[in-house]
Design a protein around this ligand. Structure first.
Ligand code: KG4
Ligand code: ZN
Length: 338
């Protein structure tokens, strides 16, 4: 079964064709990074406009590169929640038109579900159940993947997402957008023991995260240094901060896996590309002899292929939508359980 899918929840207009949920036939993207870089972050209004301009060409390229015409497509997937509402609406409206004109089923896909599905593309043998740490610019969740379409959230952030904290820290250190990625590169040779950061715990919920205090601590270090006219060492500060963030993520995931009895662990989301997080997770999984699944780097961030993969499983479960489908800025991954 060939699925064409579109992702426009944030700043990339992406489309892809995936066969049977596992084999990428094509992957096209129009990146907006150079446009948002001058603002130090994504400007939602600009993102929506650029999606509108790029979407036809990106979908055309995905079909062309796959060597398929529309009548060889069995389902059209689209990210419909959560994300920037204007950006999501571009993808949803486009796909509604395409589905109406072609008669091909329309498949709404939750963004975090698609991030998890990036693992199905990287590991053809991987099947639920497993435990997944989903970490992106807007979310930090520990999720039980009970089936391809049934999820249960064990832990979540109480304030900032891990990616948000990394982006803010990077920006305060003077690094360009996209912050998390540049911080990872800049801190590659840094000493993670040069600066000490707290490892916040959330009272009453051992699986939840809190990153806003950590974010404030790193900003304070930078401001204090600048008030005293001292230079900060960006690689060392970045390495120490990433060590603290990744440490919290891995610690809670390890506890959840032990308490809920999971021996198959996966990572997902843009932050799953982080070198420190990947290394720490490898160490923990090796210690317990757990199987670890991490999306290949090109599939960690937002892309169309992961949406197509998840759309395939949603279609198998009969989760199609009518032309009344709307985009939603916020939605729990569980709300979509059917
Ligand atoms: O999943 P994603 O592409 O978009 C959202 O759904 O939010 O995640 C974007 C986040 C950003 O915060 C970005 O800085 C972060 O992922 N990110 C990284 C790395 N690559 C992307 N954070 C740390 N290390 C990286 N290598
Ligand atoms: Zn994402």
């Amino acid at each position: 079964m060939n699925i064409l899918a579109i992702e426009s929840s944030c700043d990339d207009t992406a489309a892809a064709v995936v066969k049977d949920g596992r084999e990428i036939l094509s992957k096209a993207v129009a990146s907006q990074v150079t446009e948002h870089i001058v603002y130090g972050g994504v400007v939602p209004e600009i993102a929506s406009r650029r999606h509108t301009e790029s979407i036809c060409a990106v979908v055309g390229k995905a079909l062309n590169d796959a060597g398929l015409s529309l009548n060889e497509i069995d389902g059209i997937g689209v990210t419909y929640a959560p994300g920037l509402i204007g950006a999501l609406l571009v993808g949803v409206s486009y796909v509604k038109g395409l589905s109406y004109a072609s008669g091909i089923p329309l498949i709404p896909v939750h963004h975090l579900r698609s991030h998890i599905a990036a693992n199905y593309l990287t590991y053809p043998e991987l099947e639920p159940e497993f435990l997944c740490l989903v970490v992106s610019g807007g979310h930090s969740h520990i999720i039980e993947v009970q089936s391809y379409t049934k999820f249960h959230v064990i832990g979540r952030t109480r304030d900032d997402a891990a990616g948000e904290a990394l982006d803010k820290a990077a920006r305060t250190m003077g690094l360009p957008y996209p912050g998390g990625l540049n911080l990872d590169r800049e801190a590659a040779d840094g000493n993670p023991h040069m600066y000490t950061f707290p490892r916040p715990r959330v009272d009453g919920s051992e699986y939840d995260f809190s990153f806003s205090g950590l974010k404030t601590s790193v900003i304070n270090v930078i401001h204090n240094a600048s008030q005293k006219g001292e230079q900060i060492n960006v690689p060392d500060l970045g390495a120490s901060f990433m060590d603290a963030v990744a440490g919290c993520l891995v610690k809670n995931t390890e506890k959840a896996a032990l308490d809920f009895g999971y021996r198959k662990i996966a990572l997902a989301g843009g932050v799953s590309a982080n070198s420190v997080l990947r290394r720490k997770m490898e160490e923990v999984c090796k210690k317990h002899r757990w199987e670890l699944y991490m999306p290949e780097l090109s599939l960690c961030g937002d892309n169309g292929a992961m949406v197509a993969s998840q759309a395939y499983y949603e279609l198998l479960a009969g989760h199609t939508a009518s032309l009344e489908l709307n985009a939603c800025a916020t939605m729990s991954i569980e709300e979509d359980n059917r």
